[in-house]
Design a protein around this ligand. Structure first.
Ligand code: KG4
Length: 363
């Protein structure tokens, strides 16, 4: 493929937790998105940081290689390398950050640092090629937005419920580089609570997809779990998790196989409660800001109960909703690449000595 003058090719690299992912975008249109997930953590019921970094080390070179091949380009055509700088697990981040620095330096192209959380929000701006994708022979692309709700890209400003394994936030998005956190969890994230409850039930890791599947067959009102009463737009999920644990302990005294006998109802009731808590604060945020364009992002946005709640709110309250395609809900490099694309256009590059950061921040 011959690079036309003006084409922007961004390589995105994501390695903040337990997925090693690389993507190539041309002018903001996704050419490839390759992810190696790490099954090694399943046996431990959660991500083991040391094992995650080791697996990233093994995966990063082949994943990047595949992403470039699938995109049908040569590495010399890349305009810049965008990488997740944080937040995340430090050991995991360091693999992607170091690789990105070395790769960009060897090609003599700019480096672009991306905040993982901004990446999740910006997943709504990824465009896919019209027609076939992932092959080596892409036509010149105009691209379509991949959101499932009518193929829309949200207009600015919009609200985004960002729900992942480590974060639960309501974000007001003014621009790709201007996001205000209106509210966030003061303890556990929604995904973390789901994962921990799944672990307590002995259902496996990650709990989200398992709970989601079981919940489809259960009664959401079979059990009642305490909902938090936190003022304003902040969330709290640790009380709910504890309430779930204590209730389960009591029920298991009566019936040692309680989980086996009630796992569908337990999953449905847990999911219902978490979705109810998330949506109540989101309704308040809509009321306070007057913004009715509402998106959802992050791993928990794959949840069917949450997706249905969004559709229900669109009908009942006249919201225009934006729900990402499943492949852009969990960690992926396409979302890092799209932020890289916007930053490249604004010539916002990052120095070679920029360190990774593990803590939550929007800077
Ligand atoms: O965004 P993500 O992939 O990683 C972080 O950046 O944290 O989110 C992972 C979280 C996990 O807690 C996982 O259990 C949850 O997303 N998750 C789900 C579903 N799929 C993944 N939670 C509920 N329902 C799902 N279908």
């Amino acid at each position: 493929m011959i690079t036309q003058e003006g084409d922007i090719y961004i390589l995105g690299i994501e390695s903040s937790c337990d997925d090693t992912s690389a993507a190539v975008l041309k002018d903001g249109v996704l050419l490839s998105n390759v992810t190696a997930s790490q099954a090694v953590h399943e046996a431990y019921g959660g991500v083991v940081p040391e094992l995650a970094s080791r697996a990233h080390q093994q995966n990063v070179v082949p994943v990047v290689d595949q992403a470039i091949k699938k995109a049908g380009i040569r590495k010399e055509q890349l305009s810049a390398v965008a990488f997740t700088r944080g937040p995340g697990l430090m050991g995991s981040l360091l693999v992607g950050v170091s690789f990105a620095k070395g790769f960009a330096r060897s090609l003599g192209i700019p480096l672009i640092d991306v905040n993982h959380l901004q990446g999740h929000v910006m997943a709504h701006f990824i465009r896919e090629p019209e027609g076939d994708r992932g092959g080596s022979d892409h036509p010149a692309l105009t691209g379509t937005p991949p959101t499932q709700e009518g193929n829309k890209i949200p207009p600015l400003p919009f609200l985004c419920l960002l729900v992942s394994g480590g974060n639960s936030q309501i974000v007001k998005v003014n621009a790709y580089n201007d996001m205000e956190v209106l509210g966030q969890t003061i303890d556990d994230a929604a995904g973390e609570a789901i994962d921990k409850c799944s672990k307590v039930m002995g259902l496996g890791y990650p709990g989200g997809p398992i709970i989601d599947k079981l919940a489809r067959q259960g009664n959401p009102h079979a059990f009642h779990f305490a909902e938090p009463s936190i003022p304003g737009l902040n969330y709290s999920f640790s009380g709910l998790k504890t309430s779930f644990l204590y209730n389960l302990r009591d029920w298991e005294k009566e019936d040692p196989d309680f989980v086996e006998h009630h796992k569908e109802d337990l999953a449905a009731s847990l999911e219902w409660t978490i979705v109810d808590v998330l949506m109540k604060k989101l309704r308040l945020a809509v009321k306070q800001t007057g913004i009715k364009h509402v998106a959802v992002a992050g791993g928990v946005s794959a949840n069917n109960g949450l997706r249905n709640a969004f559709k229900d709110h669109a009908r009942r309250y006249g919201w225009t909703i934006y729900i990402p395609k499943f492949s852009y809900t969990t960690d992926n490099a396409a979302m890092i690449g799209i932020v890289g694309h916007f930053k490249y256009k604004d010539k916002v590059f990052c120095p070679i000595d920029a360190p990774a950061f593990s803590k939550v921040t929007f800077k």
